[in-house]
Design a protein around this ligand. Sequence first.
Ligand code: FDA
Length: 307
Amino acid sequence: MALLDKAIVRLLPAVPRPVVQRLSTRYIAGSELEDACRVVKRLNGEGKIATIDVLGEEITNAREADAIGREYQRVFETIGEQALDSNVSVKLTALGLKLGYELCRDNLERVVVHAAERGNFVRIDMEDASTTDDTLRMYRELRERGHENLGVVLQASLRRTVDDVWDLADLKPSVRLCKGIYVESPAIQYRDYAAVRRSFLRSLEALWETEAYVGVATHDDFLVHEACRLAEERGLDRYRDYEFQMLLGVRAQMGDVLVRNGHRLRIYVPYGQHWYRYSLRRLQENPKIAGYIAADTVKGLLGANGR
Ligand code: FDA
């Protein structure tokens, strides 16, 4: 990223919320479930599958965490009614992890049971490193209680990840592998771009070694290319062993190419009222962020002058 972009990224939290909201519309389906369903229907029409995420990491009390859990119930019902090809992703903080481990586990278990009743699947997103141990522990507990329709996420930028792959091996897990968006201390995280890529590929190979199902979640051409090559080398099945995953609003054309080449591609479709933190993270990753903010500011100024 260029120096100006890096400076803007650091200043993003100071950018007014309406500007952040305008700039992040491409990453979020909308504020209502109907918005997410409309997007998923379009994606399904393009040969892509989806995972719906109810945005909610800004919740502050048990009532809100419970409401997020109940919203997922509505999501499963609607997916069924509209025959959409989509599972769901959940964030444990949205289900109350910071309010209490047991409270969160109960909420998650309810969501997983509702999903199973509808033949659906739940993936637990991975958040910052303060949540990694609890997330992996909860994933294991629920799997050991017999919930098979549950997957988890590992972040290649964390130094621990290859070890985590081996720790999970006995569960034959479904794992989404991504680089990881949260900035952690260098003691626990690779910061160098090439080192993160190397760790991604090491983790991917370890996952396939343990016969995990892998969601290869990246927009990095090099990693997509290497994942295709390694999968072919291992004679893996494009449906049984892995899928690609991308975020709504990011490198859609690259996704189209994957689909044209016969790959299974799942798009992450977030919706909801709690859009702010998710939007900030996406904008911070956009290599063109400085240009977008400058253009939006100029447009705003012109608009104001024109009135
Ligand atoms: P990289 O950041 O190098 O991006 C490669 C290229 O993609 C960039 O050069 C740019 O062209 C484009 N690009 C990437 N992000 C963009 C953006 N926001 N706007 C415009 N262009 C962009 N993380 C996490 O910590 N926990 C999680 O649970 C998840 N879940 C998850 C699900 C799915 C389906 C995906 C695809 C990603 C995640 N992530 C995540 C986020 C992930 O960790 C990572 O931050 C982003 O995917 C960006 O990393 P890339 O691998 O795409 O590489």
